[in-house]
Design a protein around this ligand. Structure first.
Ligand code: CA
Length: 246
């Protein structure tokens, strides 16, 4: 049973979230202030933390900063304002997903499930590095293939794919993607990222037309989304027996 820490000072919200997560089979612990939550997380990191940003004593950003010095467990940030997401992305806090209030508890449970699946050690899709399901990246020759089909990417598309796929679900702003995929001082605009994303989507879409690998996050940027379940076009990763996890 996955253990989830809920950090939320609005008790009505906390109680609804707690009810839904428990009904979905999770074990939950609730904290109404940042300081208490941080102490608990550092002492015994849960499987996932749902972290509100506006909190008494220590805000969510400080809690995440403090927690990241000790643990890399998945964290979903909860914010009351969509505009805040951009600022948060700029801080590069290492959150794994963002949820905006008001949210539907059902959707929240789905997001929690998706993030936990990505981090589950028994799941081949969550292997760290860039070898995601069916996707093979060769950083030496800048070549990529999906389900055995070569993608014929440009260097820019390749680096975009490399950056995004390294942290599934993590939202990258256009500015951050520019910084990570173009050399410093290059004369490019945010629009360049949109056009590379568009081309990359098209090339991935030829192989898996039913799955959108790159999610647009309104007002924030883009995130890499591996399929949650097998899609008609999706072939499970084929590893040589020796490379399989015990
Ligand atoms: Ca709050």
């Amino acid at each position: 049973m996955a253990r989830i820490v809920i950090v939320e000072d609005q008790l009505d919200i906390a109680s609804v979230v707690q009810d839904y997560l428990r009904a979905a089979g999770y074990e939950t612990t609730h904290f109404a202030d940042g300081q208490g939550a941080l102490e608990h997380i550092v002492e015994s990191p849960p499987d996932l933390t749902l972290l509100d940003i506006g909190l008494p004593r220590l805000d969510g950003i400080e809690v995440l900063r403090g927690a990241r010095e000790h643990t890399d467990h998945p964290v979903i940030m909860v914010t009351a304002r969509i505009e805040e997401v951009d600022r948060l992305l700029g801080l590069e806090l290492g959150a794994d997903d963002y949820v905006c209030k008001p949210f539907s508890p059902r959707e929240l449970v789905a997001r929690v499930g998706a993030v936990l699946r990505r981090f589950s050690p028994n799941d081949a899709r969550t292997r760290t590095g860039q070898d995601l399901p069916g996707l093979v990246l060769d950083g030496v020759y800048w070549r990529a293939s999906l389900d055995g089909t070569a993608l014929n990417l440009t260097r820019r598309e390749f680096s975009l794919l490399q950056v995004l796929s390294r942290h599934p679900g993590r939202i990258y702003s256009r500015a951050r993607l520019l910084e990570l995929t173009f050399s410093a001082g290059a004369d490019v605009t945010d629009r360049a990222i949109d056009s590379h994303v568009k081309n990359l989507r098209r090339k991935l879409g030829v192989v898996t037309p039913t799955h959108e690998w790159i999610r647009s996050v309104y007002g924030a940027g883009f995130a890499w989304e591996p399929p949650l379940g097998p899609s008609p076009n999706f072939l499970p990763i084929r590893l040589p027996t020796s490379a399989r996890r015990a």
